[in-house]
Design a protein around this ligand. Structure first.
Ligand code: 5AD
Ligand code: SF4
Length: 446
């Protein structure tokens, strides 16, 4: 076996897992990641089950891969991630040509599963939740990174929102120990990474062993990482409002490297629906926290996740969500129609919202969010932004692409060698999905 192809569905945590899988298999089996599945000796599908049709998407993708199995020698096919965790043996029964099924917590066992499959010729399934083990068993990270990298610091969820499959697929909350995270971030910084995004299903619920003084909470982890030389920008996603405590709010005021942008999913602006979702927070507390953050960091911007058409959502409930959007003036957010997920308590709620109503509400909500995002982009025109250059732009060899502190993409012409630098760019134009700017060499910030 020489070549590996990985297809990833879903969130940034899955992308991180796929990267770590590739690093692991490069070390254990000398596999090289290729972009063409037809060339691969091992195909991995890293799946996500958060929303509607996730399972169908997996079965369709496996259908596309089926003809590869006719090749001599046939490649191995492995399915990992949340759908694997949720479907388990059923997946193996429905798609008998799958060789390996592994969960989000057993990806480190892939080398052994591959060897076992090759030796014993029986398909391998490993869907355990052995906390701790996964990160301990992954190799150090080799240098293959751009200026921006993800680091998973926390996994799983104990909140059990009634719509959400995550606690059932990723398991309970688990935080990596502080020294492990510091080591990984240091390595990435040594390799030229300048922006780190900390990941977790509930990243701000982080509580990790410090090695010295008991456990550290999330704000202290941020303080610890902010001290590392070379780090220019720190972000994190995704947060739960209940874990946004006073200490974390204070950290946003203290730490200049912390980007002035926070993804803080609220899901709904109606207290009645929030209760049915079992979110354990109400609109007023959410707004108080937003206000407190604005007090310590006036330029901070917020994005959110929204679900429309949750069972029982009335016109008034939906109007309350739109009111909340006006109150916060959210930036680019993610919004979804509610979809029933396996094993979740919301399945039992009967008063479903008709599909056309869900669609109408989604269109209204997305329309307003896009307007707000555009308004903000236009307000940036004429300002000078600190832009972290992520690489050459896809459009033109003489242009660069970078990110503003609030995570907008900016394209601008500039001299050679800017990748990884933090530069000053005057914003000249707001396009629907990006900004254009003018490089200000004399104002370069690094
Ligand atoms: N239906 C629709 N959206 C969902 N999400 C999670 N579960 C569901 C579901 N059953 C959305 C939430 C969450 C985001 C990651 O996905 O908004 O914050
Ligand atoms: Fe799912 Fe709620 Fe946990 Fe987020 S907080 S992962 S929405 S159960």
């Amino acid at each position: 076996m020489r070549r590996l192809y990985i297809k990833t569905f879903g969130c940034q945590m899955n992308e991180y897992d796929s990267e770590r899988i590739a690093e692991l298999l490069a070390q254990s089996h000398g596999l090289e990641w290729v972009e063409d599945p037809a060339l691969a000796d091992l195909l991995i599908l890293n799946t996500c089950s958060i929303r509607e049709k996730a399972e169908d998407k997996v079965y369709t993708q496996l259908g596309f891969w089926r003809p590869y199995k006719e090749r001599e020698p046939a490649p191995l096919i492995a399915v990992g991630g949340c759908v694997a965790s949720q479907e388990g043996e059923r997946l193996r029964r429905r798609v008998p040509f799958v060789d390996i099924v592994f969960g989000p917590q057993t990806l480190h066992r892939l080398p052994d599963l591959i060897d076992a499959r090759l030796a014993e010729a029986a398909p391998q399934v490993d869907l355990a939740f052995p906390e701790l083990e996964k990160f301990d068993r992954l190799p150090q990270r080799p240098g293959r990174h751009g200026p921006s990298a993800f680091v998973t610091v926390q996994e799983g969820c104990d909140k059990f929102c009634t719509f959400c499959v995550v606690p059932h697929t990723r398991g309970r909350e688990y935080s990596r120990p502080v020294p492990d995270i510091v080591r990984e971030v240091r390595q990435l910084l040594d390799q030229g990474v300048r922006e780190i995004t900390l990941l977790g299903q509930n990243v701000n619920a982080y509580r990790g062993a410090s090695g010295l003084v008991g456990e550290l909470g999330f704000a202290d982890l941020l303080r610890r990482l902010a001290r590392l030389p070379g780090l220019m920008r720190l972000r994190y996603t995704t947060s739960h409002p209940n874990n946004l405590d006073e200490d974390l709010i204070a950290a946003h005021g203290e730490l200049a490297v912390l980007a002035p942008h926070l993804h803080l999913p609220v899901q709904s602006g109606s207290d009645r629906i929030l209760r049915r979702m079992h979110r354990k927070h109400d609109v007023a507390t959410y707004l108080q926290k937003i206000q407190a953050l604005r007090q310590v960091r006036p330029e901070i911007r917020f994005s959110s996740d929204f679900i429309v058409g949750f069972p029982g959502e009335s016109d008034a409930d939906f109007a309350a969500t739109m009111d909340l959007i006006e109150a916060v003036r959210f930036d680019q957010s993610y919004s979804f129609k509610y979809s029933p997920r396996p094993n979740t308590p919301a399945l039992k709620l009967k008063d479903t919202v008709p599909e056309p109503v869900k669609e109408e509400r989604l269109a209204i909500l997305q329309g307003r969010i896009n307007q707000l995002a555009q308004e903000y982009s236009r307000a940036l025109v004429g300002t000078v932004q600190e832009v972290l250059v992520t690489g050459p732009s896809r459009r033109s060899a003489e242009e660069w692409t970078g990110k503003t502190p609030c995570n907008r993409s900016v394209n601008f012409p500039g001299p050679a060698g800017l990748t990884g630098q933090m530069v000053a760019v005057e914003i000249t134009e707001a396009l629907p999905n990006s900004l254009r700017g003018r490089f200000l060499p004399l104002r370069a910030v690094s």
